[in-house]
Design a protein around this ligand. Structure first.
Ligand SMILES: C[S@@+](CC[C@H](N)C(=O)[O-])C[C@H]1O[C@@H](n2cnc3c(N)ncnc32)[C@H](O)[C@@H]1O
Length: 303
């Protein structure tokens, strides 16, 4: 059976959201540059960083940088993340491609891997986040995935596989030989979800859509948080946006700290956190299958 994640819906007064980090805070959010904010987090305080940085593609929230400037900036950010994460902790960076001023397309996971590697971090998975909708390209294949780079600081790290198992594809399959012949062969708690995750992106009429152009799904952050941290652990997101990481952290009983340069996004994040804490934020459950129209659906045929 698929093990449901435990969602914590706190039906009491929401905790105060603080702007200055303290170990006692459940939620710390600041309107701030990420480097300045990260420097306020004590060494080894966090269990996990879950974040998605600007991709340097000319969005309204970013200043276009050269590739060297982009790498130099992330070298500083990653250095601070490594310092703030404990020895058994993890860093997850959700990235796509960048498009340089001369129009060259560069995969950010490839260029940032060198930076993580220089800090001695160990790549555990390059997870492919696959979604089926987005911009339709005319002169190349339409982009339908991003990468989630999962690094650990050491070989001793938190990994709660049982918290994120998914239903077996063939639950009735049995061993056909050997000492277990005739017994069910799959783990009754479900199978390892693998490193390709099919999760709709937050566009158009997605239930989680806000004014932010590039949110990631709360379910995606929840899967990372359940896998790589434990209850009451601190989760960091230095590129907070509208707080998708925060909602995921609080719903799973973790603490969270993060920042964004944009005051408007921080305000939306605060509202989402308030709603999440009283169980009123609409979200897409992380274990909901992608919609499949029924065989008689009008979507499947044309007149
Ligand atoms: C890809 S978005 C993150 C979206 C977020 N994961 C969510 O689901 O809402 C990147 C965010 O980084 C913020 N940002 C850009 N430069 C920053 C900086 N130097 N420090 C902090 N935040 C920054 C942007 O305002 C933007 O909201």
């Amino acid at each position: 059976m698929h093990k449901q994640c435990e969602l914590i819906m706190v039906k009491r007064k929401a905790p105060v959201v603080r702007a200055k980090f303290s170990r006692r805070n459940r939620v710390t959010i600041a309107t701030s540059d990420c480097l300045r904010f990260l420097r306020t987090i004590p060494d080894g305080e966090a269990a996990l960083v879950v974040t998605s940085p600007p991709y340097n593609v000319g969005k309204k929230y970013e200043t276009q940088l050269s590739l060297d400037e982009y790498i130099a900036f992330h070298t500083k950010v990653i250095a601070e993340c490594v310092r703030a994460v404990r020895k058994t902790g993890s860093i997850c960076y959700v990235v796509g491609h960048t498009r340089l001023a001369d129009k060259r397309l560069v995969p950010l996971d490839i260029i940032l891997h060198d930076v993580f590697d220089r800090f001695g971090l160990k790549l555990r998975n390059r997870i492919i986040w696959h979604f089926e909708h987005g911009l339709n390209s005319k002169n190349r294949f339409s982009g339908r995935h991003e990468s989630i780079l999962w690094y650990t600081r050491s070989d001793d790290f938190t990994f709660n596989l049982d918290a994120v198992r998914v239903p077996q594809k063939y639950p009735g399959k049995r061993h056909y030989k050997g000492p277990h012949k005739g017994l069910y062969s799959g783990n009754p708690s479900g199978k390892n979800p693998g490193d390709v995750w099919k999760i709709p992106n937050v566009k158009a009429n997605h239930v989680e859509k806000t004014t932010h152009p590039c949110q990631f799904p709360i379910g995606l952050a929840e899967t990372l948080i359940l896998s790589f941290s434990n209850r009451n652990d601190l989760i960091l997101d230095p590129f907070f946006g509208v707080g998708s990481t925060a909602v995921a952290a609080l719903r799973t009983g973790r603490r969270v700290a993060g920042c964004d340069l944009d005051r408007g996004y921080i305000e939306v994040a605060r509202q989402r956190i308030r709603l999440a804490l009283v169980g009123r934020l609409k979200t897409r459950p992380r274990d909901r299958q992608v919609y499949q129209p029924s065989s008689d659906s009008k979507l499947l045929t044309r007149d």
